[in-house]
Design a protein around this ligand. Sequence first.
Ligand SMILES: [Ca+2]
Length: 160
Amino acid sequence: MRNFLALTLLSALLGLTNGQSMCPPLFIEFFPDPAVPMPVCIHFAMDAKRDWHAAKDYCKANSGSSLAMLDTGNLHYEIIDYILGNPAWMDEGFHIGCTDEIHEGTWLWTDGTPVSTGLPHWYPGQPDGYTKENYGCLYYTDFMYNSCKNGQMLYTICQI
Ligand SMILES: [Ca+2]
């Protein structure tokens, strides 16, 4: 295991020096923490709108990724900047990997960790909608966290 980690780190550093992406095809590199040389790999799935569960399955089927978990470092705001750089995306919403479907009001990422509350991630007044809105999304025009309606069809942000 230690050798595998060393090799992974070495290939990551080599990837950095030769300019090749360390992310799989379709995934974009983000470096939200300057102290961490490994990228966060993000895929914006713009081919179709899906409900949250289909979005989660779509990510898993694409390089084993997860719906995006954006509490880390500057990642959320770097993704906001990226979305705002694509004018065609500005009237849209995007599924991310948090939900309170298991226990109303208890928002968890899909890896089971608690989601931050309030600013700077959640839009003021969000989450709302009680049991009718159990799925986290980034919603126009600010792309802060919102609770989106159950079954709502949106684009998807996957993360490795
Ligand atoms: Ca809810």
